[in-house]
Design a protein around this ligand. Structure first.
Ligand code: DP6
Length: 396
């Protein structure tokens, strides 16, 4: 006989942001979110950037509800609904198999609360962490243990890569139903302990065209994007996997920069064109190249997504010097307090030769702050009930 159904259940998870080094841009199926090419990313550490989500189910809830950063949001959003539907489908399948007899009823309404540990205004809030976290918390709530990148993908394409830590590939897949369009871990975060990430947060201005709309226009109009997906990415993906396996920063960095540049070239090739890079982005790109040229090899590598923030990869022994170069190139507007956040950064004295070769025409205040982080693990379960974002009454 079935055990008595529980009146209420609650689960909390955290999930990371990821940054692609082989970019995803373009869907072959906009409903299932199936990409035209595979992509590869680095999962960033949750100590610096994470989403936390609590999901609760109760006999007493009268409707599904959702809160984002404390404000009620539309739970009827088609992508939220797709994730909810898929997790519930997996839960039903499991229970049909006779497991989990003491669980609550699948017909209970649910409440979801989600928060970021970083300012949404900074433009770092890729939907990736949000949907990876939603799916992780729902799965925990419903007792689903299957591979869930396929479900997270339904929230946002890049979210499937946030379901794993370290270095992650999203395989484009071949099947029309998307069952082989999954994320796979290429290497764990411990694989490359010296790798560091600097996020140069440039401004709170909103991006002109969202990725979902932008990439669709690119698919419809850019011949370069078609060539990229068919010819360039398959070659680059294999190369990038090798650079990561061998911890070859020179190869990794060069390819990351080239792939970011090609993604932005496909945006310019889109008609009407889309501009995500700004004058400041171009300043940062030129700065990175001057810095590498001065040292005679690739010490830093930039990558830019559908917004103006720059993400810089470097090895740990380069961070202090490059941060000082950024500080000299973009002098902080105020007293420089909190200019560097996240992992500690040592101090570095710059040689006159370096300053002369690399620091040209400083732009005061152009970089708001630098966030120092590193590769990190995938979604985590939060065991401590005092960390739930919903109270016993099911409200934030
Ligand atoms: C430029 O995953 O945000 O960041 O699938 O429509 O939700 P949707 O798009 P999204 O696109 C991310 C694009 C990118 C590159 C990348 O992360 O690979």
């Amino acid at each position: 006989a079935m055990a008595a159904e529980r009146a209420q259940a609650m689960a909390t998870c955290t999930a990371p942001v990821n940054i692609a080094v082989i970019k995803y841009w373009g869907k072959r199926d906009t409903d299932l979110i199936l990409p035209i090419n595979s992509s590869l990313s680095v999962t960033l550490h949750q100590d610096q950037l994470k989403t936390t989500t609590t999901a609760a189910a109760s006999r007493d809830f009268t409707e599904d509800r959702l809160w984002l950063n404390g404000k009620e949001a539309d739970v009827g959003h088609p992508r939220v609904q797709a994730c909810l539907r898929e997790v519930r489908r997996l839960a039903r399948k499991r229970r049909g198999g006779g497991e989990d007899t003491a669980a609550f009823s699948l017909s209970y309404k649910i409440h979801i609360a989600s928060e970021n540990n970083f300012p949404t205004a900074a433009g770092l809030a890729s939907s990736a962490a949000g949907y990876a976290c939603l799916v992780s918390a729902l799965a925990r709530l419903y007792g689903v243990e299957e591979e869930l990148s396929e479900v997270a993908r339904r929230g946002s394409g890049s979210a499937c890569r946030s379901m794993f830590g370290g270095f992650v590939q999203w395989q484009r897949g071949e099947r029309p139903d998307g069952t082989d369009s999954l994320a796979l871990q290429v290497a764990p975060e411990t694989h490359w302990p010296e790798l560091r990430v600097l996020v140069l947060v440039v401004s709170g201005e909103k991006k002109p065209v969202g990725s979902t709309v932008g990439m669709q226009t690119s698919v419809e109009t850019s011949p370069l994007l078609k060539h990229r997906a068919e010819v360039v990415v398959p070659e680059r993906l294999a190369q990038m996997m090798r650079h990561i396996r061998e911890r070859d920063f020179e190869g990794f960095g060069q390819l990351a920069m080239r792939d970011s540049n090609q993604f932005h070239a496909t945006c310019l090739d889109t008609f009407p064109p889309i501009f995500y890079l700004t004058d400041l982005s171009r300043h940062i790109i030129a700065l990175a190249h001057r810095y590498n040229a001065h040292h005679g090899h690739t010490k830093v590598a930039y990558t830019f997504d559908a917004g103006p923030n720059a993400v810089i990869f470097a090895l740990a022994d380069t961070v202090a010097e490059f941060v000082e170069v950024v500080r000299r190139s973009f002098p902080p507007a105020t007293n420089g307090d909190q200019f560097v956040r996240g992992l500690p950064v040592g101090s570095a004295a710059l040689s006159q030769e370096l300053v002369a070769a690399v620091v040209t025409e400083p732009l005061p205040g152009a970089v708001q702050y630098i966030l120092h982080t590193k590769p990190g693990p995938g979604p985590q379960l939060v065991d401590d009930p005092s960390q739930h974002l919903l109270g016993a009454d099911g409200l934030p």
